[in-house]
Design a protein around this ligand. Structure first.
Ligand SMILES: [Zn+2]
Ligand SMILES: [Zn+2]
Length: 179
């Protein structure tokens, strides 16, 4: 068994033995950017829940070293794979081989995904193929101030004065909002 990181849902499982929850209770979606809750991770795998508010984008990127399986738990949207978007609806499974560029966009309702990455993408190996813009900072209903990560589209919270940190890709950034 691979060494596990702490702070994920599997830590909760370690304490409780049995664990039941709804993705809606775990994924605090926010209009600023999509969010991710790790379930369990190690060198060989990264399993997480991913939550999108309506009409939210995960900007296209590539993991050259990791394949990914995505299961749609609720909501609708599209997986952006090369030139052919794949429609997403509850129960759909999308497989993506390593080194295929990909992104996601949610429809008019929140989108919740189960993501299984094999193996865990290596630090620094990911390339960001289509970064977008950030958004104006807002007061987050989950506390603090937040805006969208311009690199991945992830939820980013104010860390220090003027500096925001992405929960998903760990990018630290400042600067004015763009389109
Ligand atoms: Zn927020
Ligand atoms: Zn990011």
């Amino acid at each position: 068994m691979t060494e596990r990181a702490v702070g994920d849902l599997d830590e909760v499982l370690g304490n409780l033995g049995v664990f039941r929850s709804s993705p809606d209770d775990l994924l605090a979606t926010c209009p600023s950017g999509f969010r991710r809750v790790p379930i369990t991770q190690g060198d060989g795998f990264y399993i997480s829940l991913q939550g999108f508010a309506p009409n939210q984008v995960a900007f296209a990127h590539t993991h050259p070293d990791s394949e990914e399986w995505t299961v749609v738990l609720s909501g609708t949207g599209r997986a952006l794979l090369a030139d052919e978007p794949v429609p997403l609806s509850p129960g759909v499974v999308v497989g993506r081989a390593a080194s295929h560029p990909h992104g996601f966009v949610s429809g008019d309702e929140p989108l919740r995904l189960l993501s299984i990455q094999l193996p865990r993408p290596k630090e620094g190996a990911t390339t960001w193929d289509e970064p977008g813009g950030t958004s104006d900072p807002i007061e987050c209903r989950w506390g603090g101030s937040c805006r969208r990560c311009p690199r991945c589209g992830g939820h980013s919270k104010r860390a220090t004065a003027g500096l925001f940190s992405c929960e998903n890709c760990t990018l630290d950034f400042s600067g004015a909002a763009q389109a």
